[in-house]
Design a protein around this ligand. Structure first.
Ligand SMILES: [Zn+2]
Length: 301
């Protein structure tokens, strides 16, 4: 898809992305994440890509990818290039695992949850090699240092790697690729420069930076935005049964989303179509009102 929102100065020095898992249809919380990454990309005259993170078949819903893409179209989004599906990228992930193993950044591990219970699931030192009949995962060998990085909305971040991260799984015992490895490989191969996503994924960032460093990739910029919460204080999510976005009448909901994002849209704008609303929002986009905010209540739709 070629984006008509792009002006002639579109460049590739900023490449953003929206990367939903097809575990259900798009909901208001995921619309917000899509909008922020889209507005940031447009503000920087960059590209905006869509990737479907279908790595975990037992959690997925048949047809959810189509529903998500239809919802994005209905809300006026236009993405650059073809949609990438993680389920088709096995070779790239295997090549990354081979590279990590060769360079001693990864090791096989058959430890059970029970064995890791005394450290609350943290894997803090290399274990005995698995027996030939044992199922095993591949873990990334976490350095026993600390890591610091800057989040564009949440500020300075500091993490004690040994006590807060540990050796983490990059390929599961069930032979499924772990989210952390797949995301890092895809972000690199798609040339992603800037990752925008919900603050609930902030904890993954250290793992992804470590993997980028071990694979010799450039570290991406990170922006973790606040999440929308339901009445019970829980984040709107598919797991919490957030309702699917209405794709028949998107204009009124899009207007509520712009308001939630601090854009202060004129009431009249809600009667305009989604394209007019997005064009207005790109012109007025300013991410600073979300600075340091971690959550806000979702509007009643
Ligand atoms: Zn182990």
């Amino acid at each position: 898809m070629t984006s008509n929102f792009d002006d002639t100065s579109a460049n590739t020095s900023y490449v953003g992305r929206f990367a939903p898992s097809p575990t259900g249809p798009l909901h208001f919380g995921s619309l917000l994440a899509a909008l922020v990454s889209f507005f940031e990309a447009k503000k920087h005259h960059g590209q905006w890509l869509v990737r479907i993170e279908d790595l975990d078949p037992p959690r997925e819903m048949a047809g959810a990818d189509t529903l998500i893409l239809k919802a994005l179209e209905s809300y006026g989004f236009e993405w650059d290039g073809d949609v990438v599906y993680q389920s088709q990228r096995n070779e790239a992930y295997q090549a990354a695992l081979d590279q990590l193993t060769t360079n001693k950044f990864a090791f096989p591990c058959a430890c059970s949850r029970k064995q890791l219970a005394p450290t609350q699931g943290l894997h803090q030192s290399e274990c005995s090699p698995p027996a030939s009949d044992q199922a095993f995962a591949w873990r990334f060998k976490c350095p026993h240092t600390s890591l610091e990085w800057h989040d564009q909305l949440q500020g300075a971040q500091h993490i004690d790697l040994l006590n807060e991260v540990g050796d983490f799984v990059i390929k599961r015992k069930e032979q499924l690729w772990a989210y952390q490895l797949a995301v890092v490989v895809d972000d690199h191969q798609q040339g992603i420069t800037d990752v925008v996503r919900g603050i609930d994924i902030l904890d993954s960032t250290a793992k992804q930076i470590l993997l980028q460093q071990a694979l010799g990739n450039t570290t991406t910029n990170y922006m973790h935005m606040p999440v929308a919460c339901a009445d019970n204080g829980q984040k709107l999510s598919k797991q919490n049964h957030a309702p699917a976005l209405n794709i028949e009448k998107p204009a009124a909901i899009l207007w509520l989303a712009l308001k939630w994002l601090g854009l202060n849209p004129d009431p009249q704008l809600k009667y305009e179509n989604v394209r007019a609303q997005l064009t207005w929002a790109i012109d007025h986009w300013d991410v600073s009102s979300l600075q340091g905010v971690t959550e806000m209540p979702a509007p009643i739709i």
